[in-house]
Design a protein around this ligand. Structure first.
Ligand code: BES
Ligand code: MN
Ligand code: ZN
Length: 497
């Protein structure tokens, strides 16, 4: 897909489909007004007739509007000005893209006059338009024998005034990098567990490094991890025929003195629960248990494409959690790389077992900050639903920076407490820590577990169990969250220095 910024008069814009807004109560947006003038009242007549009222995301497709160069004009409802928020803006983009795809046009131009969202930040509005239009173009057909028909649409443009063009170009470049990062994450998430194994993820990291000069990938195999004492991570893969991998992607876009920011992703390529076997219903969705890893891949992809001046290490702890005669059993005790021992009371609480060793490994990069991302707890879905990522942190500044990045990127997170009061739920009679803290506050006790391994640096944990994929119908599949949040955070860090 070609994304472009175009200039000029809206009535003479050459495209197969020109998208302009209608505000609440049928009020014409400036672009719709300009078309109406060129068309001598044709549009106001139709709108006056009540065919479109301007409600959020309503659409009406017009053909061959007199005096207008575009082949089609798509009117899209923008709603009342006090309804123009990220959520409604995304609905507007989604519904316009639905109409555009429906008529199989090869090109489309959006001219929304900066009215999509109340946010007066043009950059953000334009980037979201690109990002969300891109998301509507995403197709997964990797494992279908019949590939999706190639999309007729090959050019998508935004009409801007000359004054806004430079800003628009930046928004476009960032938006495209984000689309690529998000699509990478969605593809990896959607692939089934028999294809997307730890070895497959390792190969993807090697391939990514081959594409980008500034990226270097190292893969640690099981022997190397054993030598480092990562017995907790290794215990998760014990029951699997697929070897576990620790994937390290080092992006060196900053100067040598710049400290590293580390991202750590949970890469359980399939989570059966292990000996603490999960119930059968919806177990297929546990192929998405590597979506934390996928969002690290996505953010690394976007980061490379944006050439951010920053040093970032992406670490993926990849394993498959299976039951077998060699699998870890409830009650087993393992020694982590940090030296702390863990009593594994439930083999289904495996995410924290792989993450803790990856977090200890992160110490060698002397990180400025460490952010881990994981589909860690079902309890996070109970607490926050499918709207917000759960955020827990040992550092208020980092936590606030991530919350802010989430708001900017329309990929929201919400903070939960990480008070010492919760730590005692992890007491064990037989080891230093138990791997589960019982039913109350499951998301918090999971983060408490991780906090035992992150004492030497500023750290935040993102629980994406509720947001990483959709479960229902045609929407079933990976969402690519929280690539936007992570990437925005890295962009903000790069802008600071
Ligand atoms: N991958 C799951 C968490 C999960 C479950 C994410 C459902 C999204 C949807 C994780 O490994 C897990 O099984 N967690 C357990 C922890 C419990 C045993 C303390 C859970 O949430 O039930
Ligand atoms: Mn589990
Ligand atoms: Zn899991």
């Amino acid at each position: 897909m070609d994304f472009e910024i175009v200039n000029g008069d809206v009535a003479s814009c050459e495209t197969e489909c020109l998208v302009v807004g209608i505000e609440a109560d049928g009020q014409l947006s400036p672009s719709a007004q300009a078309l109406d003038t060129a068309a001598q009242g044709y549009i106001s007549d139709i709108v006056g007739g009540g065919d479109i009222q301007g409600k959020t995301a309503e659409t009406l497709l017009l053909q061959k509007v007199p005096g207008v160069s575009a082949r089609r004009v798509l009117l899209v409802g923008l709603g009342a000005s006090d309804e123009r928020n990220d959520r409604n803006y995304r609905k507007i983009v989604k519904s316009a893209m639905g109409a555009i795809k429906g008529v199989r046009t090869e090109s489309a131009v959006f001219s929304l006059d900066g009215l999509g969202s109340n946010d007066d930040d043009q950059y953000r509005q334009l980037r979201h338009l690109i990002e969300w239009a891109g998301a509507e173009l995403y197709i997964y057909d990797e494992t279908k024998s019949k590939k999706a028909d190639p999309l007729a649409l090959n050019k998508l443009a935004i009409l801007l005034s000359e004054d806004d063009t430079e800003l628009g170009e930046y928004a476009l470049l960032d938006g495209v990098a984000l689309i690529n990062g998000i699509s990478t994450a969605r593809d990896l998430g959607n692939l089934p567990g028999n294809i997307c194994t730890p070895t497959y993820l390792a190969e993807q990291a090697i391939a990514l490094a081959a594409e980008h000069e500034a990226l270097e990938t190292t893969i640690l195999d099981e022997d190397e991890m054993r030598q480092l004492g990562m017995h907790s991570l290794l215990s998760v893969g014990n029951g699997s025929d697929q070897p576990s991998k620790l994937i390290v992607m080092h992006y060196k876009g900053g100067s040598e003195e710049d400290k590293n920011h580390v991202l750590v992703g949970k890469g359980i390529t399939f989570d059966t629960g292990g000996i603490s076997l999960k119930p059968g219903a919806s177990m297929d969705e546990m192929k998405f248990d590597m979506c934390g890893a996928a969002s690290v891949f996505g953010a690394m992809t976007a980061l490379c494409e944006m050439n951010l001046e920053l040093n970032v290490v992406g670490i993926v702890a990849a394993a498959e959690n299976m039951p077998s005669g060699r699998a870890t059993k409830p009650g087993d005790i393992v020694t982590t790389m940090s030296g702390q021992t863990v009593e594994i009371l439930n083999t289904d609480a495996e995410g924290r077992l792989v993450l803790c060793d990856a977090l200890t490994y992160a110490e060698r990069f002397e990180p400025e900050t460490v952010v881990d991302v994981a589909t860690l707890t079902g309890a996070c879905i109970v607490a926050l639903g499918h709207q917000a990522t759960g955020l827990l942190s040992n550092d208020d500044t980092l936590a606030n920076d991530l919350l802010e990045a989430g708001n900017q990127a329309a990929d929201k997170a919400w903070r939960l407490p990480l008070w010492d009061e919760y730590q005692e739920q992890l007491d064990s009679n037989f080891a230093d820590i138990a791997n589960i803290g019982g039913p109350p506050a499951g998301t918090i006790t999971a983060a408490c577990f991780l906090s035992r391994f992150t004492k030497s640096y500023r750290w935040a944990h993102l629980d994406i169990a509720g947001v990483a994929w959709n479960s229902k119908g045609k929407e079933k599949g990976a969402t690519g969250r929280c690539v936007p949040l992570l990437t925005q955070h890295l962009m903000n860090l790069a802008a600071e220095d």
